[in-house]
Structure formats: C-alpha cells, structure tokens
Design a protein around this ligand. Sequence first.
Ligand code: KIV
Ligand code: ZN
Length: 512
Amino acid sequence: MTDKLIIFDTTLRDGEQSPGASMTRDEKLRIARQLERLKVDVIEAGFAASSNGDFDCVKSIANAIKDSTICSLARANDRDISRAAEALQGAANARIHIFLATSALHMEKKLRMSPDQVFEQAKQSTRFARNLMGDIEFSPEDGYRSDMDFLCRVLEAVIDEGASTINVPDTVGYAVPELYGNFIKTLRERIPNSDKAIWSVHCHNDLGMAVANSLAGVQIGGARQVECTINGLGERAGNCSLEEIVMAVKTRKDYFNLDLGIDTKQILAASRMVSQTTGFVVQPNKAVVGANAFAHASGIHQDGVLKARDTYEIMRAEDVGWSANKIVLGKLSGRNAFKQRLEELGVQMESESEINAAFSRFKELADRKSDIFDEDILALVSEESVLNDKEQFAFVSLAQHSETGERPHAKVVFTVAGQEVRGESDGNGPVDASLKAIESHVKSGAEMVLYSVNAISGSTESQGEVTVRLQNSGRVVNGVGSDPDIVVASAKAYLSALNKLQSKSDRVAAQG
Ligand code: KIV
Ligand code: ZN
C-alpha cells in the first residue's frame, strides 16, 4: 500500500514574494499552464486580497486551469476570505488558504494580539471560510516556533471548524530535519481530531534545509502534502524546491514508498520558464535542473557512464525533461510549425494576432541566427513586455559605437505610451551607454542592483539573455531581455524592468 504525496506549488505566491520576482498576469498565467502540465495537485495562484493586480491574477488562473486545484492565500479576516472566494469563483476546484501567526513573538510583536484573541480569530475565520467553500487550508504562521500546547489548541479548533488541510510553516527556516519531523508527529499524535485533516509541510531555506526538513515532515511526521516552488524560489533564501522534493521521493521510492501525480518530464520546462520570467538564474550545480546536474566532466566518470549509466547516475536526465540541445526550427520553418512548437512548449497565445506578432519576431530572429532552439522560442515569447507597444515602454532600435581607446556612445529608439522617443549617451561600455541613453529620457531615478548576462544555449552563437534588477522607492523588480546582440538584450531588459516598476502596485506582504 502506498499513499499519495500532494504537491502544492506556491511559486506564484510565496515564490513571487522574492524581491524582484514579481510577475505580470500573463506571465503568471503562462507559468500556471506549465504547472498544470506538470500535474501539480494544487497551485497557489496568489493572495487575492493583497492588491487588485493579485486578485486579477488569481481570477484569471482560476478561470483558465481545470486539472489542478487553484488556491488563494488569505489573512484570517472576513474581507480577505471573501475576496479570495470571489477570485476563485470560476475554478473547477478551489481552495482558500488562511494564515494567522501563532508564535508568541509574532502574536505579541506583530499582531499585538493575545493568544486567546488569536485562538478566536482562527476559529471564527475558518468557520466563515468553510461556509463559502469546501476546501479550506489553515496555516499557523511561524508554526514551528509556536508553543506546542497552544498550537494543539488552535489546530484542533480549526479542524473542528472544517479546515481539511493543516499546514505547519517553518516561516523563518529555523527547523532541522529530525526536530521538524517530530514536531509534526507530536501534533498529529496529540490533536484528537488530527485524522480529519491532511497534514502539510511548508519550509523555508534560510539554513539550506528546506528540502530535508520537508522530507522529514513527510517521513517522520506523516505529512502528505508538501508546499514547494519551482527552482526553490521564495522569500529570502527561498522555499523547498519542487524539483528536488519530487525527484527525491521518486528516486528513493524504496524508502519513501509514496506516489506522486507529477509528470516529471515537464520539470525542466517549468524551471526554465520561471527562471526566464523572473530573471532568477539557476546555478549550474543546482540539483536536477542546473546545467551541470547531468554533466560528467571527469574522465573516470565519463568512462563509467558510457559503460553503464547507473555507475554515476541515479536519475535519467530525460525523465526530468533534458534532451540534447535540439535545433527545432530555422529560417524556412513556416507559421504552422512555429505554432505547433509553441503548443508543444505549452505556450498558449490568446489570439491569432498574438501568434502572428510572435511569428514575425521569430522570422526576424531566424534571419539573424541560423538555428533556433526551444530556449530561443521561450525567450522570444517572454519578451512580450518590451516588444508590445501596448506597454508603457517598448524597444524599437539601437545603434552604438565602441572602439578601443574611445568612449562608447549609444542612441536608443523606444516608445513611451506609443510615442517614439530617442535617447543618446556616452558610457563606460556599450551597455552602460545604451542604458544611460534610455535613462536620459525616462529619468526614472531607479538604482540598478543587479546586471547579469547568460548565453541561452551555451555558445557565442546563442542569444544573450540579460537580467536587470532595478530598485525604486523600496520596490525591486527584475527585467529580462534577449537578443543575439547583448547590448540590445540589455536595453530590452532595462525597458522590461521599467515596465514592471510602472505596473506593479504595492501589496500587503504575507509575512506582515
Ligand atoms: O512561510 C509562511 O509562513 C507562509 C505562510 C503564509 C503559509 O508562507
Ligand atoms: Zn512561506
């Protein structure tokens, strides 16, 4: 007999809380579709009450996704819960996820509430939510640092009120595996109605133990839901990484003896999509999805793998979606082949005119670059925000001159609210000159806190993918741009970040 382990993905909620990882509605929708293809059981689509933008994202995802349960986070109050329920109306399967802090520190310093007040609010809000929806999850925020007796009292009460999933967050990543596993076990043993709920783990990675702690919560504690994110994206050092937990449970089925609904072949596509959308580059030695995860550099290892693959490989690269860099399309490929490849990559375009626009960008790229890989296509569609003149800022063209011994100079043409403008500047290098040329016109005053370039498919023939992180008035955003010319890619990334600075309103933070 095996049990099923429920995979609850929170890339679009907790992942997005990572500074600079904010995503537009269309980006979130595209990722949600990929999560559905990956067959995650639950997608936490956002925090509907935190802003109108988030409400819209949850609503669009709830309307579009049919196979996964769609969840919205809500604070333990009637307004947040009603907003979540409203955003989730169109979902085939919906869940409201209520959170309320229970540690003495959070109750006293953050909430300024007594334990009795927290107890009452937890009960009352769960009852309110349960009257609106059948599937309710309750999280005692900072649960792992809460007093055991008090936590048992609160969790017993919310299960009585109808919470069907109890999630135990290690909000600040303080746990160690054995202690966290035993913490969940004790809760389940001490709470009389614990068998009426599915127990869930939610671990942050501040000490690098989020995956280990989650696995201990499953194995020692008996949890049957894991909350995780693609690439481990999330607040501070991030969350438990989906790809790692899934492949650990699958590869060591002999030990965990758990079933998963996940289509692991979709893991790499999901990882790349999240990385390209947020600009958070995946480190080469990252387990499962890093560029080196299946590369054998030493002669002894290569020899071993050639003789018998399992000498040095415990998983098959193709099982998580790796394949040799395939040339998928070229200059002569037609619109139908392009459209089909988009579908295979899980990119859904809303209208024929969007496909036409993407196809003409593909043709432009194919004129300049003979072989087009999947990565190029994904980069091309994720550039929507700088090539679409419906956005505030859209790239048009760039000219720059650099020569040894001379100060580089750039002229950039772009549109601002549909009007063509030009900026011109010198700089320390051609990239610096181009971004200063844009800034000379826009005068955003934003501070650049990160600039990075990555070759999309490995060689100098590939497109450069640039990430620019800007900070302005306490807000941090990432912009991503790609082009075979890295100066152009940089200008696109800068404009994309400016668009995000413009479009994202401030939100309520989940950890107060
Ligand atoms: O880490 C945390 O405590 C959370 C809760 C909102 C579930 O993300
Ligand atoms: Zn969290």
